[in-house]
Design a protein around this ligand. Sequence first.
Ligand SMILES: Cc1ncc(COP(=O)(O)O)c(C=O)c1O
Length: 398
Amino acid sequence: MVSKRIQNMKPSATSTINGMVSEMKARGENVISFNVGEPDFDTPSPVICALEKAVEDGKTRYVAVGGITPLRMAIADKLRRDNDLVYSIDQICVTTGGKQAVFNAVMALCDPGDEVIVNAPCWVSYVEMIKMAEAEPVVVKTDENYHLDLQVIRAAVTDKTKAVIINTPNNPTGAVYTAEELKALADLAEEKDFYILSDEIYEKLTYDGKKHVSIASLSQAAYERTITLNGFAKAYCMTGWRLGYAAGPADVIKGMIAYQGHSTSNSTTFVQWAGIAALEKCNKEVEKMRTAFEERRDCMRGRLDRIEGFKAGMPHGAFYFMPDVSYWFDKTYEGENGPVVIGDAQGFAKYLLKKAAVAVVPGDAFETPNAVRFAYPVSVETINEGMDRIEAALKELK
Ligand SMILES: Cc1ncc(COP(=O)(O)O)c(C=O)c1O
């Protein structure tokens, strides 16, 4: 029998849809995947070259748990350059993906019974990570535009609140938080004395001239209370490389490294050397991809706008839309055994998959049951093809 901790884990709300997608693909069906949050570009060549050189140079051994010094220095430079943040090497920890950065931070900070506030819609793993640390997730809603609702957050703070997790640009909504709302949260963190876990993994993907702001840069109090979390997966198309990092107060980072020392130890040595090339030699590639994502965002927005019933808003970052789809919940279609009511976002996603062979993720996965997530890290042609199919399928609902 597995532990209560594991039994307690909510099965992923994406698993039903993912299972159906796999079966359909195995049958040779042409499924369009708007459900996957992974850029479709290749990893930039400077990163590949740096990896090859590192392997040839024998960079294949154990290294310091918190990361090799040259990468930590490159991260410190990057944070100074891009984020207006000054960190020393002992305030930086290299991790095996952005996911491990978040998990280590939660494990290093939380005692059983501590509360961690999460702003929904939110990335699928935050709540489960908090539960694994035997802390209490407190899920609060963002406002109707998917921005932080400071009044709601304030009302949720108790004397057990250890931290608030934020993610900007946001998965699953694409929202990019403003300096004003971040400053208001930073002020609340100072007033009530809690930490901020700031997941900035989509920072390079902002559109319409919007700028990503790191909350830790907004005041000394915010700097002292924030763990800035980031990874290479989204900006540099390095999803499979598993490289990320955290920067924050030295004692918290020390705790994260201690925890990592007894779990995964250092992230892959030669991948760390390649990470330096990503940070130092890939500006051109990143900008090219960002421009392509902006074009895709515009395309998908135009297509969603054409369909009555989607309330999509205008995301300024990442590569997601999170429209409310409750308009369709009372609609029906002809199933094998008679009429079927769509009912909820799971039903909506299942219908699109069956009828249009287009996969989207139901919002339950992100603590937002009335919405679905569309991911658009795919070509404009694929977006148009998928949206053609969706438009046709929705016309058939009664
Ligand atoms: C908001 C957010 N944080 C963290 C991660 C983890 O990224 P990585 O692949 O670097 O572990 C993801 C990946 O989807 C994400 O969307």
